[in-house]
Design a protein around this ligand. Structure first.
Ligand code: FAD
Ligand code: FES
Length: 272
């Protein structure tokens, strides 16, 4: 079970990882011991409450059962401030948070679909269940793919990697969902696909449509903006097909794609 405990974590390693990402390794034994693929943390990026709110990041790996690894892309003020944090400093964080991915059946072939900066939780997933998985990874061009070291790990852990770039500079030319659609039209013999996806909402909505067309299970990890990360502020709520809302930080971030009302709106956007 994820614990909501506050951790003080020492920064063991923090450096640019290439392609606009940073790799951050934090010593947090209690958190690392409880973490599972799909969990995330709320990280306070500075000690002086500026910005006020912590920022959510998916756990991409647990190292030696004592440390967690994060990959982040500079998106705005919080992540820009974070880049200046040096090894040896401590950072406050909450976690592990969220429900995590369901464990795949032994007979299943997980199709890991990663778009944008959605690869970290799938990287962690691949360390546990990669052998039986195929990775579908897409971006605008080859320079926007996950960092080279991450791609090396993903390639070595999974049985196949299917690339797509919108400009055709790596793999098939087009969206990652086009590559996924082509595979689902003619899956490899004996494979029983189950989709695990993380990326921009538009991509997740398309993946969800494809899964429904082919009647295959599909789990999506959503990246809504978050304020508390603990289920209190309701700022991350998304509308459900059955009516009502669910909180991405508490009931998610992983949902069965059939549950989500993809045309719906979040309740409110919280100022940060
Ligand atoms: C569960 C979860 C896991 C995440 N894991 C990762 C990860 O592993 N690596 C990573 O690089 N990023 C991840 N994100 C996104 C990350 O939290 C945001 O990029 C970060 O909070 C931006 O903070 P900022 O202060 O730098 O940007 P802000 O100044 O707050 O915003 C800058 C821009 O980023 C956009 N943005 C802010 N938050 C989000 C969000 N949650 N989703 C999409 N766009 C956002 C804003 O709309 C704005 O355009 C995750 C988000 C969630 C909810
Ligand atoms: S971020 Fe506050 S309820 Fe989810």
């Amino acid at each position: 079970m994820p614990s909501n405990k506050l951790h003080r974590a020492k920064v063991l390693l923090h450096r640019p990882a290439g392609r606009g990402y940073y790799r951050l390794v934090l010593l947090a034994p209690g958190l690392a011991a409880a973490a599972a693929p799909g969990h995330f943390v709320m990280l306070r990026v500075s000690a002086n409450l500026d910005p006020l709110l912590a920022r959510p990041f998916g756990i991409s790996s647990v190292i030696a059962k004592r440390s967690i690894e994060l990959y982040y892309r500079v998106a705005g003020r919080g992540t820009t401030l974070l880049t200046a944090v040096e090894p040896g400093r401590t950072l406050d964080l909450l976690g592990p948070l969220g429900n995590g991915f369901p464990v795949p059946d032994r007979a299943a072939t997980p199709l890991l679909v990663a778009g944008g900066s959605g690869f970290p939780p799938l990287l962690y997933f691949s360390s546990r269940y990669g052998k039986q998985a195929r990775l579908f990874v897409g971006s605008r061009d080859k320079e926007c793919l996950p960092p080279a070291a991450v791609m090396k790990d993903l390639r070595s852990r999974t049985k196949a990697v299917h690339y797509a770039t919108e400009d055709g500079s790596r793999g098939a030319c087009g969206f990652v969902t086009d590559t996924l659609a082509a595979y689902l039209a003619r899956p490899a013999a004996g494979e029983s696909p189950v989709i695990y996806a993380c990326g921009p909402n538009a991509m997740l909505a398309s993946v969800s449509r494809l899964a429904a067309e082919h009647s295959i299970p599909c789990y999506v990890s959503l990246e809504e903006r978050m304020a508390c990360g603990l289920g209190v502020c309701m700022g991350c709520s998304v509308s459900m097909k059955s009516g009502g809302y669910k909180r991405v930080c508490k009931e998610g971030p992983v949902f069965d794609s059939r549950e989500i009302d993809w045309g719906g709106k979040t309740i409110l956007q919280v100022g940060r």
